[in-house]
Design a protein around this ligand. Sequence first.
Ligand code: AMP
Length: 252
Amino acid sequence: MKIFKTVLALKEHLKNLNGNIGFVPTMGSLHKGHISLLKRSDQENPTTVLSIYLNVTQFNNQADFDNYPTSIERDLETAKKNNVDIVFRPTFEDMYPENYSLKIIEESLSTQLCGAYRPAHFSGVLTVVLKLLNIIKPHKMYLGEKDYQQYLLIKKMISAFFIDTEVISCPTIRSTNGLAISSRNKKLSLNGLKTAENIFRILKYAKSEDEAKKEFNRLGIEIEYVQKLQDRLFAAVHLEKIRLIDNVKSSF
Ligand code: AMP
């Protein structure tokens, strides 16, 4: 496994590589959800590139950025165990030589759901993903359904800018009790984790947005939004000051 910290060194290495590249972008603190994407890429491509980059421009809240869990040594072990060929872990200066004075703005879907509560979040996501795609030029990129709005927006950007990368969505990996695995779950107490297990059940069985909201209220889970969009039911909630999101195929 090769590790690159600069755009220049990674591009130089990729120049001499043959065959398809599968790409898995992450912010690190790797868990079973990320591993499922790495496994899929490993099955489908001779080379898998994993990026580990905590992208500051997609955080609209400094405290959230400061508190985001990191575990680089463990992440590198996980990457090695899962047959990752290349890890890219750049610095802000490398990724943003223009100091984020240029950005991608999507003006429709990105203003809804999470975008309505996290202004500028999706601009940060789309900008960093566009940069990563231009550096790595992967044939396939693997994204989790856990962040379904992000998946839709990245697909839209790839289509709008005629980028030659196929986007593959992968199912949300859940703990045995249904909780979508997330780096943020580590910040919950045991009690918080138990309560969080209800999120999936509520979304899965609710027959309306209102019914889901009532159930969240009954359990004392603070709602940011519960909303059906297309055929999916999305929610963002706050538990012990941690923001959790999930979405399922809607049952109504
Ligand atoms: P993140 O490191 O949170 O930015 O996530 C990197 C990628 O992993 C994104 O495509 C996420 O949708 C995906 N991901 C995160 N959690 C899960 C999960 N529980 N199941 C499947 N994919 C996930």
